[in-house]
Design a protein around this ligand. Structure first.
Ligand code: ZN
Ligand code: ZN
Length: 157
């Protein structure tokens, strides 16, 4: 598969990876499953699955796996040695620290890093611009966009 085809529909965007982030991830993995080493082109979709830690957040990409390794990753069970090594060094953890951000005061505004603006009113954040329409909690914003993507405008910081 040619490099451009990895971006078929740019599914990586649902994990908040830019095209450049995704290229870097594929290059670093050598386009092989990070647990068993199967090359991406040998998998049934001819590309690896983007694995994320859904407990941490939608943006919390751990790495690239072949479909079997992705589905056999244990949830709550003791992982095998290769799985444990993989889980101990998630990709996101190298550039996202800390994993949370203090909630700005009532009336504050933030950018979500993907063209959205949100404003806090009471306990909720209201979308002022962007794709989302419903008010959400601060925890939801952190989960969906990641503490590394949320920007607090300078005049408030
Ligand atoms: Zn892309
Ligand atoms: Zn594998």
């Amino acid at each position: 598969m040619k490099q451009g085809e990895w971006h078929r529909s740019c599914q990586h965007k649902s994990y908040r990876l830019t095209c450049a982030d995704y290229e870097a991830l594929v290059a670093e993995a050598g386009n092989r499953c990070q647990i068993c080493g199967t090359p991406g082109p040998s998998t049934w979709r001819r590309k690896l699955v983007i694995d994320h830690d859904h407990e941490v957040g939608q943006w919390a990409v751990r790495g690239l796996l072949c479909p079997p390794c992705n589905t056999t990753l244990p949830e709550g069970r003791t992982p095998a040695a290769e799985q444990a090594a993989y889980l101990a060094a998630p990709w996101y953890a190298r550039f996202v620290q800390p994993l949370t951000l203090p909630e700005p005061d009532d009336g504050a505004g933030v950018s979500d890093g993907i063209n959205g603006l949100w404003e806090r009113s009471g306990d909720l954040w209201f979308p002022r611009k962007g794709y989302y329409r419903e008010p959400r909690t601060w925890q939801w914003l952190l989960h969906m966009f990641g503490p590394h993507r949320i920007r607090i405008p300078k005049e408030q910081a």
